[in-house]
Design a protein around this ligand. Structure first.
Ligand SMILES: *Cc1c(COP(=O)(O)O)cnc(C)c1O
Length: 410
């Protein structure tokens, strides 16, 4: 008889977004005339920059003619795009990453979920808490954890590095040995960024322990603070111990278009195999299980890396950061303690009067008609906070913030 995958069954029920939807629906049914305002989602809302649209339209024209039509491309991505990525890292971040270390994908989420496959089944995993859920869930599904414990709200066998107000939501490396460390800066959900010194501590740890860092840089284009690294490869030694995963989703508005990339260095070291092995395994994995990203999306990505495209993307990012400023200033003006929101589209706000995340969620929905995301949904260390997202039309963000300010003392 066929048996279901027990590791998959170990996944705790996806609770956060369904529960938000459930509570919002019940409230709307009770208040049919009220207009609910949403600052809960991490999804882009503004139109694609015209220069990227033109590049994708042009690619469609090429595909429309049998003389210029192309089918499958390289699984690792179009060479032009990989070259442009390498050049972008050199020009904007001052780091040298070989073209062949880039693997183009259909987005950072798939890579973040799939990368655990090429590491040993008994790997010990460390994650930030709170965190983007895919790091933990992919490792649970991949069999790298014990069972979920309802009391602690955590999986056995996974090392949780707690972020809190004291450490500014940037944890220090684990005290014991781990094999894989997932880091995300600028962070979703807290908006925290890590300094060179803080990242260097992780790189030093990884080299000493022969551990590998999986660095999610999806929000690096939101960094404005001088001196904050945009890529883990700004840290000396990272090419020996770090994989970087990134995306056009949040920088170019490609959440629906779908395009990302990973850097898996040839020089990456592991305990049981020579340098180059992990790079080769990822190449093997991608060429076997993946047929490449959409060629239309890749044409758009190439345009996003050019000078004109880059400027247009920066304007898009600026728009969302303007929203973030409005949210942060608005919430701080009514005495809420806020983190993030400067190098990030997310504001991490402490709940009012010691409420739990869900209590504050219900309060904001009921009084201000605004939906946010309960921090506890990202991990137990997120309790007592909510994530407020800057993704939305300016006028909607302004209305939502005005409503919170008006009703915070109801
Ligand atoms: C939005 C987001 C991504 C991007 O995922 P895509 O699959 O490229 O759309 C990656 N990591 C984090 C933490 C995110 O919030």
């Amino acid at each position: 008889m066929a048996r279901a995958n027990e590791s998959f069954m170990r996944l705790s029920s996806g609770y956060l977004f369904p529960e938000i939807a459930r509570r919002t629906k019940i409230w709307q049914e009770k208040h049919p005339d009220a207009k609910i305002m949403r600052l809960g989602i991490g999804n882009t809302t503004e139109a694609l920059p015209p220069v990227l649209v033109d590049a994708m339209k042009h690619k469609l024209d090429l595909l429309s003619d049998r003389k210029t039509y192309t089918g499958y491309g390289d699984e690792q991505g179009d060479t032009e795009l990989r070259k442009a990525l390498s050049e972008y890292y050199r020009k904007h971040y001052g780091v040298s990453v070989p073209v062949s270390d880039f693997f183009v994908s259909d987005g950072a989420k798939s890579d973040a979920a799939n990368i655990q496959e090429i590491f040993s089944a008994d790997s010990i995993i460390a994650v930030q808490d709170p965190a983007y859920p895919v790091y933990v869930d992919s490792n649970v599904a991949g069999g790298h954890s014990g069972c979920f414990d309802n009391v602690s709200g955590r999986y056995a066998g996974i090392v949780y590095m707690a972020g809190n107000a004291e450490n500014g939501f940037v944890p220090v490396p684990p005290s014991g040995h781990v094999d894989l460390i997932y880091l995300c800066f600028p962070n979703n959900p807290t908006g925290a960024v890590a300094t060179k010194k803080q990242l260097k501590a992780f790189v030093d740890y990884a080299i000493a322990e022969k551990a590998v860092i999986i660095f999610d840089a999806a929000y690096s284009e939101y960094i404005e603070t001088e001196g904050i690294p945009h890529t883990i490869y700004e840290i000396e030694g990272a090419e020996r111990c770090a994989i970087e995963i990134s995306s056009f989703s949040k920088s170019a508005g490609f959440t629906g278009v779908r395009l990302g990339w990973s850097i898996v260095p040839e020089t990456l070291e592991v305990e049981n195999a020579p340098a180059g092995t992990i790079h080769r395994l990822w190449n093997r994995r991608q060429t076997t299980f993946f047929n490449g990203a959409s060629n239309i999306a890749q044409a758009g990505g190439l345009a996003a890396l050019g000078d004109e495209g880059h400027q247009a993307c920066l304007s898009l990012v600026d728009y969302y950061k303007g929203n973030a400023r409005i949210i942060k200033e608005g919430l701080e003006s009514i005495g809420l303690r806020c983190y993030g929101g400067t190098d990030s589209p997310y504001i991490w706000a402490e709940c009012r009067n010691g409420m739990t995340s869900w209590e504050f969620f219900d309060f904001l929905l009921d009084k201000a008609h605004v939906v946010v995301t309960p921090g506890s949904g990202f991990g137990v260390a997120g309790e007592g906070y909510v994530r407020v997202s800057a993704y939305g039309h300016r006028e909607d963000v302004e209305a939502a913030v005005a409503s919170i300010k008006e009703h915070i003392n109801d």
